[in-house]
Design a protein around this ligand. Structure first.
Ligand SMILES: [Ca+2]
Length: 483
């Protein structure tokens, strides 16, 4: 018995730095036998001269020890230890305890009168449940769970004042800042960090962290060159960050939406909407541009299209030279927004997208009112020419009044706005910002897999922001300094 006690002390000493707590109410039970309750008493008893604390067992409605099972949520805990079979008051009682980790039996202890208690030591990293199955009410003494210590990030930003976002949650705007990162049941994992500051490129980092580790990070942001406003419609510039060609859409009114006899209900009524001037990408963001973004930020490339019609057929992946000038697809809204932030740009609002596509005069397509399958990458042209996406700019005759290409067809394009069917009835007439909240994001312009109606400049569709498919891409806008 003394030896057991020493072994237990040695075991506890080994984890002295871990956050160890008794298995009490802090650990959440998530299931158990009906009519049985988990009893945990911080009582002290002596056995063989050694004091034991924290007896634990199941009891029935009468308060007696009882058979049954109980399950705990042990996400983010490192290990479970206990001395099993210590029995101070029921020396004649035989019993058993089966312990399961994630439903799999990992220990079975049978206690008969007079036998020595047994030590249990179970690693729990990566596990989510711990289940005890009691037969004839065996006791647990000194049960304890060691928590997986969080990793600690010590982040310094240059310049100071940036917003540090850790795993999508704003964590701090002071520099230096300290952020504890829960380990989510793993000893090592990757954490995504984003740093945002106005007039600076968004910086993202993926950092591998270990439980209990302190990691200093010094992050320096890159200033975005401010583009001045353009002076005439369709004037060209280049975004210095990603080399993308830009065209100028001057301030002024345009006709947004569809008239009563055209399109779908969510496009009506047609209204006169004023927008400040902006630069818009002349083309959809290409595979080459998106790969450069991923290389610079550590962001994962989107999955390559699983079904490979036409353009992707026989290609080895996104690095295939033949695909570099095609629009990137298979990107989620979050991917598109992250690219835009990195590029010192943003996704277009629905209004910005629509004006860039159709100009001021309310035409149905970028080139005019009449459908012409030869002027865009669409279902009909795709079938005829065995293409899915085309290299961007393959249909110059279909360019918009501002010189933006592929606003009809090729890749369907994510916009900044939440999709709301009734928004055109209620939106402000000046710089409509999109609904404040929503569940799906707007996509515009149709794609290579769509027909005439879906490539109309007023056609609206929405999708879950996390969704990605082989016809979904995007382009960005760059705003000059506020007038
Ligand atoms: Ca397009």
């Amino acid at each position: 018995m003394r030896m057991m006690g020493l072994a237990l002390l040695a075991l506890l000493a080994a984890w002295a730095s871990a956050d160890t707590v008794p298995l009490d109410a802090k650990i959440r039970p998530v299931g158990g036998s009906a009519g049985r309750t988990w009893h945990f008493a911080a009582e002290e008893v002596k056995l063989g001269g050694k004091p034991y604390r924290t007896h634990a067992y199941l009891q029935n409605a009468d308060g007696d020890r009882a058979d049954g099972w109980i399950r705990f949520d042990v996400t983010d805990w490192e290990r479970f230890t206990a001395t099993v079979g210590v029995n101070d008051r029921w020396l004649d009682t035989a019993g058993a305890l089966i312990i399961e980790v994630d439903g799999k039996k990992t220990a079975e202890i049978t206690k008969r009168s007079g036998e020595a208690p047994q030590q249990v030591d179970l690693p729990l990293i990566g596990a989510t449940t711990l289940t005890f199955r009691f037969v004839l009410a065996i006791l647990l003494a000194e049960p304890a769970l060691a928590r997986l210590d969080p990793a600690v990030l010590q982040i310094t930003t240059t310049p100071a004042g940036a917003t540090v976002v850790v795993e999508g949650q704003p964590a701090a705007t002071v520099s230096p800042c300290t952020v504890a990162v829960p380990m989510r049941g793993r000893a090592t994992r990757e954490v995504e960090i984003r740093v945002d500051l106005r007039n600076y490129s968004t910086l993202t980092r993926t950092v591998a962290v270990n439980a209990g580790q302190t990691i200093p990070l010094a992050l320096t942001l890159e200033a975005i060159p401010i583009l001045p406003p353009g002076t005439r419609a369709g004037e060209g510039r280049t975004n210095p960050k990603d080399g993308a060609a830009l065209v100028w859409v001057p301030a002024g009114d345009f006709l947004m939406g569809s008239t009563a006899n055209d399109g779908f209900g969510d496009e009506r009524p047609q209204r006169r909407v004023y927008l400040d001037g902006y630069w818009i990408y002349q083309y959809e963001v290409t595979v080459a541009q998106y790969r450069a973004f991923c290389a610079a930020t550590g962001r994962a490339l989107p999955p390559f299209p699983i079904t490979r019609p036409y353009s992707w057929k026989g290609k080895v992946g996104w690095a295939d030279p033949a695909l570099q000038g095609h629009p990137i697809v298979m990107v989620s809204w979050d991917d598109a927004a992250a690219y835009a932030a990195w590029a010192g740009a943003q996704l277009p609002t629905e209004a910005q997208w629509e004006k860039a596509a159709r100009g001021a005069d309310g035409r149905r397509y970028p080139w005019g009112d009449a459908w012409d399958p030869a002027k865009c990458a669409n279902y009909y042209t795709a079938r005829a020419q065995q293409q899915s996406t085309w290299p961007v700019g393959s249909f110059p005759a279909g360019a918009s009044p501002y010189g933006a290409h592929d606003m009809a067809g090729n890749a369907l394009e994510w916009c900044a706005d939440w999709y709301e069917p009734g928004y055109y009835r209620t939106a402000p007439a000046r710089n409509p910002p999109g609904p404040a909240t929503g569940e799906v994001r707007v996509l515009r312009g149709g794609s290579w897999s769509n027909n005439a109606s879906s490539t109309r400049s007023a056609f609206r569709i929405g999708s879950t922001p996390s969704f990605r498919f082989n016809y979904m891409g995007f382009r960005c806008v760059v705003l000059p300094p506020a007038p």
